[in-house]
Design a binder for this molecule. Structure first.
Ligand SMILES: CC(C)(COP(=O)(O)OP(=O)(O)OC[C@H]1O[C@@H](n2cnc3c(N)ncnc32)[C@H](O)[C@@H]1OP(=O)(O)O)[C@@H](O)C(=O)NCCC(=O)NCCS
Length: 165
């Protein structure tokens, strides 16, 4: 396994990596859609305003992490690991790589948001030193008869509040 910064040559490998992610993993990740167009924009440096690292195994990308934008030198972290590689320490290694970069590049810290039911991600972040600071509610007004997010197994439960006419 090798962790390195992404390059413009990685478009196809990144798009193939996106295809390996399960619906459940996609539901847990919110910074951007997993499309080929997005893979191209990320590899060419136009989608994420900050460093991006990929983990590779025999030319295949099996995980990636990035730090984007952020306010007052607190960049925001995003990460995904291919399901075949989860549970082997790669997520922890990728997060540690990004945090170490932030530490040695004069950043004040690193922030992220994570769903309360994403135990794998919370455990991973905890291991690298992230601690919860504020709770964030994911809210929606649902125009369909059956809510997309609650039927996918989200932790919200019940019907979302109805909007009066
Ligand atoms: C979150 C994610 C990056 C973790 O990657 P990973 O390679 O499995 O992480 P690690 O192998 O380093 O595991 C880190 C810790 O999480 C634990 N963990 C991993 N998967 C778990 C699961 N499904 N349930 C409970 N704990 C889990 C590991 O056991 C380990 O803790 P330990 O050392 O105390 O045993 C990966 O699951 C993923 O890509 N998820 C989908 C995208 C996502 O949720 N991104 C984050 C959005 S905020």
């Amino acid at each position: 396994m090798n962790i390195r910064r992404i390059s413009s040559e990685d478009t196809d490998a990144l798009a193939r990596f996106f295809l390996t992610l399960t619906p459940a993993q996609r539901k847990d990740f919110h910074p951007h859609p997993f499309t080929t167009k997005m893979a191209e924009r990320i590899a060419h440096g136009s989608a994420i305003a900050g460093p991006v690292w990929v983990a590779t195994e025999r030319e295949h990308i099996v995980g990636y992490v990035f730090l984007s934008g952020g306010i007052d030198d607190w960049p925001q972290l995003g990460i995904a690991v291919s399901p075949a590689e989860t549970g082997r320490g790669l997520g922890t290694e990728l997060v540690a790589t990004a945090v170490e970069w932030a530490r040695t590049n004069g950043k004040c810290g690193v922030v992220l948001t994570v769903y309360q039911d994403n135990v794998a991600a919370i455990r991973t972040y905890d291991k690298v030193g992230f601690r919860p600071t504020r709770a964030l509610w994911f809210m929606e007004v649902d125009f369909s008869p059956t809510s997309y997010h609650t039927t996918l197994g989200g932790s919200g439960g019940g019907s979302p509040p109805r909007v009066k006419d």
